[in-house]
Design a protein around this ligand. Structure first.
Ligand code: BG6
Length: 482
């Protein structure tokens, strides 16, 4: 790999310290940061290089599994720091001298700042001609708060960088388990004939967290679960489950197919929100560590906030493959368990030869667990040992971590290395993002018009009762809620 310069805006922020810098350090330990590379932290704080490097070391010690004292000095040598105030155009001029003479090196601008600063930062990169042909820009979510604001940001970014230079990150796509999902669907012949209406009854996608908003109350209150999780992570998972087989694994071949799914999502508009969505907000309750406060008592959250911390949606995809197959999406904070999973429930057998008391009523089920484990479980029916013909569900399980035994790469490690290598496959294209906002915006409008107040739910439960009713009306229940 060739050396690169990575300019990290927001270098003292939470994401940089918890995820990005530890990920780069781990790639250094794996020998993947080529000699001659530079990691330039940029933030508003007037810090010395030494003070910032000390912060980075402390966060790597905590989040990268410790410091290897023999290798830290090598990593620290890559690091440099520059104070730039994103709201003051003249302060960007400091970057010119630092980057001068490195035009033949891959240059990555990683914007890990508040999205309100994205347009301004790109304007300055353009004004100072810092975007070389070998440059790339990485944008963290949320990219805008609706289609209009996303368009504005994309217009500023697009004025400086060509689409093939823009990497819109969704860290879910960097998860090993999500890659496995692509391998499962398109590396095997087994599933494809069954992967459609008439064979699949319904699909559930759950991303449940036990944490609350932690220290991000002020940010989160402007965002909410629909924009923080559904618009990106859950819709991307839905796309991978529902997309047609792409002609190759090239970035655009994959993204073309995902885009078709997003465009085929049946709109949820007006009073549809009352029957096809549920939004909730956590109240005080309990987590594994003890009592926890309600959302309205979190720091930075206004006492009368209507921001949702839970969403459940019945999504439908209007295509030949998926007509009539509901996709139930659910995500929330302060739920009972931390779990991210996709559960595909197949149709019942057309006619049971075993009789009503044989236990043969359960459909086959494929569960793809993304977190906390990385596993695939196919539930089938088998005969229970004994005289009578009694059937019982048994699991065919594949635990991917123990099957391969290899140490996994964290999502950000993979995605950062993909940026450096110029691989866009796991990043969102502008038209995908637009299509996702086009589907999300009417849901927000519907809520504000017909259902403005999210339903309260007790922390440590599975969310508002309405979420069970949403799926229960179709005769199903959420996985784990039997
Ligand atoms: C982020 C959201 O994108 O994803 C957070 O902004 C959320 O609110 C996080 O906690 C969940 O990610 P993971 O990888 O822990 O499931």
């Amino acid at each position: 790999m060739q050396p690169f310069d990575l300019v990290l805006f927001g270098a003292t922020g939470d994401l940089a310290m918890r995820k990005l810098l530890p990920a780069l350090y781990r790639r250094h330990l794996a020998g993947q940061i080529p000699a001659g590379s530079r990691l330039l932290g940029v933030a508003r704080s007037e810090l010395t290089r030494e003070a910032w490097v000390a912060q980075v070391e402390a966060s790597c010690a905590h989040y990268a599994g410790g410091i290897d004292s023999g290798k830290w000095a090598g990593f620290a040598a890559f690091l440099d720091y520059l104070s730039v105030d994103g709201s003051k155009p003249e302060s960007f001029e400091r970057l010119v001298a630092v980057l001068a003479g490195r035009e033949d090196v891959t240059r990555v601008f990683f914007l890990s700042t508040a999205p309100a600063l994205f347009a301004g930062i790109c304007d300055q990169i353009g004004r100072l001609a810092l975007a070389t042909p070998l440059s790339r820009v990485v944008l963290e979510k949320p990219l805008g708060s609706d289609l209009t604001t996303a368009d504005q940001i994309n217009a500023h970014v697009g004025a400086v960088f060509a689409e093939h230079q823009i990497y819109r990150i969704d860290h879910y796509l960097g998860k090993e388990a999500v890659q496995n999902l692509i391998a499962l669907r398109f590396g095997n012949t087994l599933f494809e004939p069954l992967w459609r209406r008439g064979r699949i009854r319904h699909v559930q996608i759950t991303v449940a967290e036990t944490l609350g908003v932690e220290s991000r109350g002020a940010f989160y209150d402007q965002t909410g679960a629909l924009r923080d999780m559904v618009q990106n992570h859950l819709l991307q998972l839905l796309c991978i489950i529902a997309m047609e087989p792409p002609i190759s694994s090239d970035a655009d071949a994959m993204r073309d197919e995902k885009l078709k799914v997003l465009r085929a999502l049946r709109p949820i508009a007006g009073t549809d929100v009352l029957t096809r969505t549920v939004h909730g907000q956590y109240r005080a309750g309990a987590s594994a560590t003890g009592p926890v406060p309600g959302y309205l008592d979190e720091t930075g959250v206004p006492a009368d906030s209507d921001t949702e911390t839970f969403v459940a949606i019945k999504a439908e995809i209007d295509t030949w493959r998926w007509a009539g197959v509901p996709f139930y999406l659910r995500t929330g904070k302060r739920l009972q368990e931390k779990v991210s999973e996709i559960v595909v429930t197949f149709d019942d057998v057309p006619h049971s030869i075993f009789g009503a008391h044989s236990g043969s009523q359960q459909p086959n089920r494929l569960r793809i667990c993304l977190q906390p484990c990385d596993s695939i479980t196919l539930t089938i029916l088998a005969k229970k040992p004994g005289d009578a013909m009694k059937l019982q569900a048994v699991d065919l399980s594949l635990d991917l971590a123990s099957s391969f035994g290899a140490q996994q790469m964290d999502a950000y490690e993979r995605l950062l290395m993909d940026v450096v290598k110029g691989n866009l496959t796991l990043f969102m294209r502008r038209d995908e993002l637009d299509a996702a906002w086009r589907w999300i915006d009417p849901i927000r409008d519907g809520w504000s018009q017909y259902d403005p107040r999210p339903k309260g739910y007790t922390s440590g439960t599975w969310g508002p009762a309405g979420a069970s009713a949403l799926i229960g009306r179709d005769g199903f229940c959420w996985n784990g809620e039997l």
